[in-house]
Design a protein around this ligand. Structure first.
Ligand code: PLP
Length: 349
């Protein structure tokens, strides 16, 4: 079996609620910073001192624990390449992926020559730590955990993460915290990381900070565990514009707080609307909500798209039959989305 990331259409106009992007755009301070870029800035290889300092400061970690990446995607790729190095033939190395999951884990492990071992979530998308530990073998080199999960929005308890890292101490446990800003829960700074140095935490500035187009992510981990990943990431992986943008973005905490608030309110509006429509959904720690429209899923996706509201079909993900993922960002956008869904399902505007 081979795995590929399936690109979806991303129209410029309309409401893009299908890629978990920040639907407000980045902080105006980012654009102001980019406007200071000179011809030399474009011509010279970038310096990352300010960007690393800003990132380390924001996350409250030492500089040498941070590796900036070209989006968190590159962090996933770097972990996969580093962990699967030497994987061959019948004795291929393995990566455990809890499904449904972000597609890039399997795509990167597969591309790096590893074998993907899928572990399904439990009933109602609950996290089954025992099942994950049971899937770990002597060939396991990587375990992907996502907290909160995409596409379900469900959390993993801290003790479950730590138990897995303890059990799989010969492997890298890649804790993807792409949506941690929205959930308000992180393992960064947790004292347990000192005794479990095999945990690497992944973060992205694509979501809450609105830098998806510029591509900036970060990995945080112990010096030893990160060393093989540093050898994979090219020395100038982040371009000069992204490196300039990051400190400017992180400087605007009011913008960040405002956006988190919009997301929180939007999720509440979506929950209310879905409840009234009797559509089952899962309360989410992310900036999206997964809802089960069942046999109406295709109609909702198509009908919303016809109204320029783009939602994500997740119905082919394991356990997600009839499910649609709805991005939750700016309140006005959410209201427009709810109106479109109501119109499709109930007819009247
Ligand atoms: C769980 C998860 N991890 C990583 C990423 C990739 O983030 P980035 O845009 O920084 O590459 C995404 C993007 O949607 C995601 O959902």
């Amino acid at each position: 079996m081979s795995y590929e990331y399936e690109r979806v259409a991303a129209p410029r106009s309309g409401l893009r609620l299908h890629l978990n992007e920040n639907t407000a755009g980045c902080s105006p301070r980012v654009l102001a910073a980019l406007q200071t870029m000179t011809r030399e800035d474009a011509a010279f290889y970038p310096d990352y001192t300010d960007a690393i300092e800003a990132c380390a400061g924001w996350l409250g970690v030492a500089h040498d624990r941070v590796l900036l990446t070209n989006g968190l995607d590159e962090g996933i790729l770097a972990a996969s390449v580093a962990a699967m190095r030497g994987s061959e033939g019948e004795r291929r190395y393995e990566a455990v992926v809890v499904v449904p999951a972000f597609d890039m884990y399997a795509a990167c492990v597969d591309a790096a020559g590893g074998r993907v071992v899928e572990v399904p979530l439990g009933p109602d998308f609950s996290f089954d730590g025992d099942a994950v530990m049971a899937a770990v073998t002597s060939r396991t080199r990587l375990v992907f955990l996502t907290n909160p999960n995409n596409p379900t929005g469900q959390a993993i308890r801290r003790d479950a993460i730590l138990a897995i890292a303890d059990h799989a101490s010969h492997a890298i446990v890649f804790l993807d915290e792409a949506y941690a800003d929205f959930a308000g829960d992180t393992l960064i700074g947790d004292a347990a990381l000192d005794r479990l140095p095999n945990i690497i935490v992944g973060r992205t500035f694509a979501k809450a900070w609105g830098l998806a187009g510029l591509r900036v992510g970060a990995l945080i981990g112990s010096t030893e565990t990160m060393a093989p990943l540093r050898r994979v990431v090219p020395p100038y992986s982040i371009n000069a514009y992204a490196a300039r943008a990051l400190p400017a973005a992180l400087d605007d905490r009011d913008y960040y707080d405002w956006y988190l608030d919009q997301v929180r309110t939007s999720k509440g509006l979506l929950y209310d609307a879905l409840r009234k429509l009797s559509i089952p959904f899962w309360q989410s720690g992310g900036n999206f909500v997964l809802a089960r429209f069942g046999s109406d899923a295709a109609r909702v996706l198509e009908g919303a798209a016809a109204r320029q509201v783009f939602l994500r079909d997740r119905s082919r993900d394991p356990g997600c039959e009839g499910c649609v993922r709805i991005g939750a960002g700016v309140i006005d956008h959410t209201e427009a989305c709810i109106a479109a869904i109501r119109e499709v399902l109930c007819g009247a505007p």
